[in-house]
Ligand binder design. Structure first.
Ligand SMILES: [Zn+2]
Length: 187
């Protein structure tokens, strides 16, 4: 297959990694039919032969915009951390794998926001204990809730960002989280 570059996260997609995180997708990639970036979930129109990751006009980011992006980093890390812990707590092997894949996708989203905001450090978040979620059904329900919150966040704040590439990225990530709602809601 041709090497593709995801313009959203900058990762190169090739015949070795196209199926990475396949558990995080409703219709996983096939070698002959690449539908998504396996790392961040961006759909195929963002995957380009010899593509180049988006450039952001950071000079257009005022304090308000930086605050929105900083919060998006935290939200995605918080969700990535939740999935990591949920993958340990889950009883079903299938659900564990889904949570592991989702965790990696959410951490990638955090990395994208860090690049947009040019933030060097990871925020330090409170260490959460989710062991009271005592069944896979409860973990899935909590996951679904988090994804809905993420979608609401992107929808609410993207209008306050003036850089069009950043707005595009917010829309892409919001759609990825929409799929996660479906994925965690139907299991
Ligand atoms: Zn990507």
């Amino acid at each position: 297959m041709e090497k593709l570059v995801c313009v959203v996260c900058g990762m190169e997609i090739n015949d070795k990694n196209y199926n990475f995180n396949k558990e995080a997708f409703l219709n996983p990639n096939k070698m002959e039919n690449i539908e998504y970036c396996p790392f961040c979930g961006a759909p195929k129109q963002y995957l380009q032969v010899d593509g180049k990751e988006y450039d952001y006009d950071r000079s257009s980011l005022d304090d308000e915009a930086l605050k929105i992006i900083d919060h998006a980093v935290k939200l995605e890390i918080f969700n990535g951390d939740f999935y990591k812990k949920a993958s340990v707590l889950a009883k079903s092997e299938e659900i564990k794998k889904i949570f592991e894949a989702l965790s990696r996708v959410e951490y990638m989203h955090a990395r994208i926001h860090k690049k947009i905001g040019n933030f060097k450090e990871d925020p330090v978040l409170r260490n959460m204990d989710y062991s009271q979620y005592s069944s896979d059904d409860i973990l899935l329900e909590m996951a679904c809730k988090r994804e809905k919150h993420a979608v609401e966040y992107y929808e609410r704040y993207s209008g306050e960002i003036s850089d069009s590439n950043i707005r595009k990225v917010f829309a892409v990530l919001s759609d990825v989280e929409e799929e996660h709602i479906e994925l965690t809601g139907k299991k």
